[in-house]
Design a protein around this ligand. Structure first.
Ligand code: CDP
Length: 223
């Protein structure tokens, strides 16, 4: 069973997807982390995003995997645990441009499909219900008021000791939403058969309850 969760930046998709996966005994796959990992590699190796030959050969040197042991969902880049290095402002500032590159998308979508083979998976991202798994059993599209999303992201930054202010965080979210929704390849949009959830006024628990209910109902339909 595949559960596809798409939506805008910092709308709490991953927190919800993680909790849902653990509740239903599925594997959680964070595709945003994969685009962030490629971005980190491009920054470290000074890859020119306009130079498709450089991009292509860089991609050949990249292996992305996840450490799912001990209940973790940590992203590995060529075996290195980069989880704490990919949520920075620098990576957030570049990731959506990297994610417009078709060569990058093609490689990551292949990995995402291969990772899900024969598994029950909860996968979150921007194109999961539309492109990666158009036949997913359940498709959710999560959204929330931009200011509320920015406040939530700012709280995460504060927890990690990252200096940030609400204006720059809000600007980054808006910029990413714009690039993600307007790119040519696999733009962020609501799949025709997705259920849209605006979680601006929902607590994490209320949201989780709602999605568990949706998933259970869809499982019951099969029996
Ligand atoms: O956690 P947050 O919502 O800030 O973003 P993320 O899920 O970590 O994704 C980071 C960026 O990766 C997005 O803004 C997109 O540009 C890109 N992305 C994508 O293009 N397709 C996906 N399936 C997942 C992420």
């Amino acid at each position: 069973m595949i559960i596809a969760i798409d939506g805008y930046s910092a709308c709490g998709k991953s927190t919800m997807a993680k909790a849902l996966a653990s509740e239903i005994g599925a594997v959680y796959i964070d595709t945003g982390a994969m685009y962030r990992a490629v971005t980190l590699y491009f920054i470290r190796n000074d890859i020119n995003l306009e130079d498709m030959e450089a991009v292509s050969s860089a991609l050949e040197n990249i292996v992305i995997s996840f450490d799912h042991s001990k209940g973790l969902n940590e992203c590995l880049l060529n075996g290195e645990n980069i989880e704490s290095l990919i949520r920075t402002k620098e990576v957030s500032g570049l990731v959506s441009e990297v994610a417009t590159i078709s060569l990058v998308r093609k490689k990551l979508v292949e990995i995402q499909r291969a990772m899900s083979d024969h598994l029950d998976v909860v996968m979150d991202g921007r194109d999961i219900g539309t492109v990666v798994f158009p036949d997913a059993k359940v498709k959710l599209f999560i959204t929330a008021d931009p200011l509320i999303r920015a406040e939530r992201r700012l709280k995460e930054y504060k927890k990690k000791g990252v200096e940030a202010n609400i204006t720059e965080v809000l600007e980054n979210l808006k910029k990413r939403d714009y690039i993600d929704s307007n790119r040519k390849d696999s733009p962020l949009k609501v799949a025709d058969d997705a259920i849209v959830i605006d979680n601006s006024k929902l607590t994490r628990e209320e949201q989780l309850e709602k999605v568990i209910d949706i998933v259970r109902r869809s499982q019951e339909e099969d029996h």
